[in-house]
Design a protein around this ligand. Structure first.
Ligand SMILES: [Zn+2]
Length: 56
């Protein structure tokens, strides 16, 4: 087979479907990025609470 999908080369529908699969199964690095970001935000929020800038 020249290409995985049965359509023309550069078929955007198949390209989108394949991209959807990638989103459905994110890599561990993506999960770690989100986790890291959330942790950073909670630290910033805690600091603001301690400074009395936002209610705790
Ligand atoms: Zn296609």
């Amino acid at each position: 087979m020249a290409h995985p999908c049965q359509c023309v080369v550069g078929c955007t529908t198949c390209a989108n479907l394949r991209r959807g699969e990638a989103i459905a199964f994110p890599g561990i690095s993506d999960i770690r990025d989100v986790y890291k970001r959330e942790k950073i935000w909670s630290k910033v929020k805690k600091a603001l609470e301690e400074e009395g800038k936002i209610p705790g």
